[in-house]
Design a protein around this ligand. Structure first.
Ligand SMILES: [Zn+2]
Length: 217
């Protein structure tokens, strides 16, 4: 099994990881020389990494500066549509193709992650590991690649919906249902439960954003 970006050592992965964990947030300026110093690297790999991230629309131009891109409401909605379809497909394929060992890993993840419901940051990371494990259990490399792309863009979402009060516990119960369907080798139910899991997460996020706009407005 792959262990996704546990300890990235190249400039690209390190910067992406820093955006993912919120060290750099949308709108923040990224300066080549500062990054090189911070990462303990020469400027050439950092420059190349920044160019790559810009090509992937994770960074944007603000005058002459390079800033972390942000997702507007439409982009967020479009991303969720794609994510929901692809994750549902992954669950469906996992129910068919996951090995017994992979299913056991998913079950253990749910049990272990239950201890993290009050730690949003740790739970968010555990959540990614859990979903990644389902992607891999689909045994479809093209689907895994497409989902990696979706997750890369998700790094631009400043906070996880799991940070919303009470969401962690419900999300864990949903993970339990997803694994139950995969254990039962029931592709339809696996697909449905994963889609509705993603849908609830999106609704949670929209509500939270609306509440924020009210506070700020
Ligand atoms: Zn989840």
């Amino acid at each position: 099994m792959n262990s996704p970006k546990s300890n990235p050592t190249d400039a690209y992965s390190m910067i992406l990881d820093a955006i993912d964990v919120g060290t750099y947030r949308p709108g923040d300026r990224l300066v080549e020389s500062e990054l090189a110093e911070r990462l303990g690297m020469s400027r050439t790999p950092v420059r190349e990494a920044l160019q790559r991230l810009e090509t992937q629309s994770l960074l944007a131009r603000d005058g002459r500066s390079l800033i972390v891109a942000s997702l507007d409401h439409n982009q967020l909605s479009e991303l969720y549509v794609v994510r929901s379809e692809l994750e549902g497909l992954a669950a469906r394929l996992a129910a068919r193709h996951a090995t017994e060992e992979e299913v056991r890993v998913l079950r253990e993840m749910v049990e272990t992650d239950n201890a993290l419901v009050d730690q949003p940051a740790a739970l968010a990371r555990a959540n990614r590991r859990f979903h990644k494990q389902i992607h891999l259990a689909s045994h479809n490399r093209y689907l895994v690649q497409q989902l990696d792309l979706v997750y890369r863009t998700m790094a631009l979402m400043t906070t996880s919906s799991l940070a919303v009060e009470g969401r962690g516990e419900i999300a864990q119960a949903e993970h339990d249902q997803i694994v139950k369907a995969i254990e039962a080798r029931d592709p339809e139910t696996a697909d449905d439960t994963l889609r509705s899991h993603i849908s609830v997460a999106f609704v949670t996020r929209l509500k939270r954003d609306a509440a924020r706009r009210e506070e700020e407005g």
